[in-house]
Design a protein around this ligand. Structure first.
Ligand SMILES: [Zn+2]
Length: 400
């Protein structure tokens, strides 16, 4: 499987300037290509309408990558407007065309339902104001890790890296990133085997991701939303308020904007650390981990709650998924509607819907007193087990 290993980079002044140039060129090629593709995609959308089809003529072909590469990179370098493209390595420029291709594919698969999960929007134009700037070097870009442990990038130089952990094998590609807080990172894609399979264990767990707690487990454990996260989030809100009071275009506003960006990064980092620790723990301690599919779960939630939590949840679920593969555990999303807050995990009687403020209820059929979230997690566990057994050809169902 493929894993990302990310390290902090410390480019010097010249290297930072060269990287800024590279990010700019990548952005321009992406935007030029998108500007060429968008009208075709848009008119094809019109053509999808049978009334328009007659008037507009045949379905138009989106330009191929090879053509885009020739036109927007090789030929563009010869023109005075795009001459500066030759100042940077061509590989990240070609890579950005492939990335754009992938972005379109993800969008189209998401539209047709071929890709599950959160909806993927159409690719958007990049801006120099974007929080994150990046460029990707693939194997043919002649980048390397030098003997002195620096990252040597074509037309950039040998950049200092902090190797916070060992790379398990030779990486296939490296993405250089500048984040909103002006920090630089190298993110390597590494192919790892499943050499790290953990010894087998017996517990299996169902997880309910919720609003009042971050996660509630089928064994009754409740994991609170971490307090440090509240703290960094409060700091972020304060910085945002300060920014809104600064006069437009002033130096103080620019300073305040950087402070907001740094606070954002801190929130994102803190949340990611928390997700990593928790997902590793769940995978280590359990042989099988089940969660409710968030798309199905999303049905009953408000827009606000969704926007705040979904991003975090799907990142967390993704971690569970790849860690399970890596450590030889079983992981599954239960992707059917469970009515997990209405069904009794003891006797499977359906007890009817309950408003969100009802945290405890007792089953009318078997009188068991349930904690709403723990019951939901138990339903997820039972449904996950049943799905797994059905998939294995068995006919075992939860006992009625
Ligand atoms: Zn019951």
């Amino acid at each position: 499987m493929q894993l990302r290993y990310t390290y902090r980079l410390y480019p010097d002044g010249d290297q930072r300037a060269a990287l800024a140039r590279l990010f700019g060129c990548v952005r321009v090629v992406w935007n030029d290509a998108l500007a060429r593709q968008n009208p075709v995609k848009a008119s094809n959308k019109l053509l999808g309408n049978p009334i328009k089809r007659v008037a507009e003529g045949p379905y138009q072909r989106v330009p191929k990558n090879a053509d885009l590469s020739r036109e927007l990179i090789a030929q563009a370098k010869q023109t005075p407007e795009r001459e500066w493209l030759s100042q940077v390595s061509a590989v990240p420029l070609q890579q950005t065309l492939r990335d754009l291709d992938q972005a379109w594919k993800a969008h189209e698969d998401s539209k047709t339902g071929k890709r599950k999960g959160a909806k993927v929007g159409a690719p958007r134009f990049k801006s120099r104001r974007d929080q994150r700037q990046s460029a990707r070097f693939t194997a043919n870009a002649r980048w390397k890790i030098t003997r002195a442990g620096k990252l040597s990038l074509p037309k950039i130089g040998d950049v200092k890296v902090i190797w916070s952990r060992d790379l398990p094998s030779a990486p296939a590609s490296v993405t250089v990133i500048r984040d909103a807080a002006d920090r630089y990172f190298a993110s390597f894609v590494v192919e790892t085997g499943t050499g790290e399979v953990l010894p087998e264990t017996t517990p299996e767990v169902g997880i309910d991701l919720g609003l009042s707690h971050f996660a509630v487990l089928s064994d009754g454990t409740k994991v609170a939303n971490p307090r440090f996260l509240h703290r960094v989030e409060r700091r972020l809100k304060k910085a945002q308020r300060a920014l809104s009071r600064k006069a437009k275009g002033s130096a103080n506003r620019a300073k305040a904007r950087r402070r907001v960006a740094r606070a954002h990064v801190r929130v994102a980092d803190a949340r990611k650390d928390f997700h990593h620790q928790l997902s590793t723990r769940f995978i280590r301690e359990n042989q099988a981990v089940y969660v409710e599919d968030l798309c199905v779960k999303g049905l009953g939630r408000t827009k606000l709650a969704k926007s705040v939590h979904d991003a975090g949840w799907s990142a967390f679920v993704h971690m569970l998924q790849y860690k399970a593969t890596r450590y030889g555990r079983y992981f599954a999303k239960v992707d059917r509607f469970l009515a997990s807050s209405q069904t009794c995990s003891q006797c499977w009687a359906v007890d009817g819907p309950k408003p969100l403020q009802v945290r405890q209820w007792s089953c009318k059929a078997c009188q068991t007193l349930h904690d709403r979230d723990v019951n939901a997690a138990r339903i997820v566990l039972a449904a996950g087990r049943a799905d797994r057994q059905n998939a294995c050809g068995g006919t075992v169902r939860p006992a009625a």
